[in-house]
Design a protein around this ligand. Structure first.
Ligand code: TLP
Length: 346
């Protein structure tokens, strides 16, 4: 099987497993796991933030950030195709008592002007704006990189109005590698940043939430309250440390594979392919089966892909490259897609 459903499907390499096996561990709820501590310190330093917290998932990292930045009854500005809004089960409403204020970006990217128009004036019967969330890379927009200048304008505007800004940086290292801008510069000025170890970085489990020391102390309480306090988690943190050392620069390879895949797909009749900026390729099936049918057909031929568009765009397919995908896998995928769509000789 060639598995292009997500970069979450990566399996730990032999060297990563070795690092996990050798990890020194302790009870992290007592703050006694040396490997978790090392990972948190390393991640914070890597991103130029004061402190970091190891969390079980990206969703938990985002939702802890929302809970810690806001109070019930506020609004959170999010993009219409963002993960926080679409794929986190309305958790901001469930756990934090806040509601999303949705902005439609231009292919996922909204402007400071849009944010400015969405911030509520200080009138007692309006829900105050408590937080702005950006996503880099933007998954639903096809792994798009949030332009740094635009992000900085939003940061200045929001901070000028006393509103914090959180970055869902699940794949921020993909943005760093694609642009050549160090990740710490891409996240500078954000009040909190979540990034995932369990996606392109190839770890089995885990994400990191970074921010100021006091914010992270509060986040640690929220993580425990949500049942995310982990015990001998150093086994997992060791994979994270290994990934930060060995799996960041190699994301360039995944991005090259994504470009190759997109170029090949664009030559197949009936497909309209979004130009990839990182490791995610999205295409619309203009003529032919819907996304679910194509994905079923491809699965039977040995390629896994996912219908995309958070359930609302039935002709949209997503393919994601990662460390388990090779160049021959891409070539084979292109051949099988063409066969499945009947545009190549059987
Ligand atoms: N994304 C997953 C699915 O949930 C769609 C994927 O396969 O891409 N932020 C962003 C931008 C994400 O893409 C994801 C996961 C998360 C947050 C949540 O991470 P997890 O799955 O660890 O909770």
């Amino acid at each position: 099987m060639i598995d292009l459903r997500s970069d979450t499907v990566t399996l730990p390499t032999a060297a990563m497993r070795q690092a996990m096996m050798m990890a020194e561990v302790g009870d992290d709820v007592y703050g006694e796991d040396p490997t978790v501590r090392r990972l948190e310190e390393r991640a914070a330093a890597f991103l130029g933030k004061e402190a970091a917290l190891f969390v079980p998932s990206g969703t938990m990292g985002n939702q802890i950030a929302i809970a810690c930045h806001t109070r019930p009854g506020q609004e959170v500005i999010v993009e219409a195709d963002s993960h926080i809004y679409n794929v986190e089960l309305a958790t901001m409403a469930r756990f934090s008592g806040v509601q999303p204020r949705v902005l439609v970006g231009e292919r996922g990217i909204f402007t400071a002007h849009q944010v400015s128009s969405a911030i509520r004036p200080d009138i007692y019967y309006l829900a105050p704006t408590g937080l702005v969330c950006l996503e880099n890379t933007h998954n639903g927009a096809g792994g798009r990189i949030w332009p740094l200048a635009g992000a900085r304008e939003i940061l200045d505007l929001a901070h000028g109005r006393g509103i914090p800004v959180h970055l869902d940086g699940a794949r921020v290292f993909n943005a760093a590698v694609a642009t050549g801008i160090p990740a710490r510069e891409l996240v500078a000025g954000f009040d909190s940043v979540m990034f995932c170890l369990s996606k392109g970085l190839g770890c089995p489990v885990g994400s990191i939430l970074c921010g100021p020391r006091e914010f992270i102390a509060e986040a640690r309480r929220a993580r425990k309250a949500l049942g995310g306090g982990m015990r001998q988690a150093g086994i997992l943190a060791a994979a994270g440390l290994y990934a930060l050392d060995h799996h960041v620069d190699r994301l360039a390879e995944d991005q090259a594979h994504a470009r190759l895949l997109a170029a090949g797909l664009s030559e197949i009749e009936g497909l309209s392919v979004w130009p990839p900026e990182t490791n995610i390729v999205i295409f619309e099936i203009e003529r032919g089966p819907d996304a679910a049918t194509l994905c079923r057909g491809l699965a039977a031929r040995g390629v896994l892909a996912s219908p995309a568009g958070a359930g609302t765009s039935p002709r949209r397919v997503r393919m994601v490259t990662h460390l388990g995908v090779s160049r021959p896998d891409i070539e084979r995928t292109l051949d099988l897609v063409a066969r499945e769509l009947g545009t190549a000789a059987a």
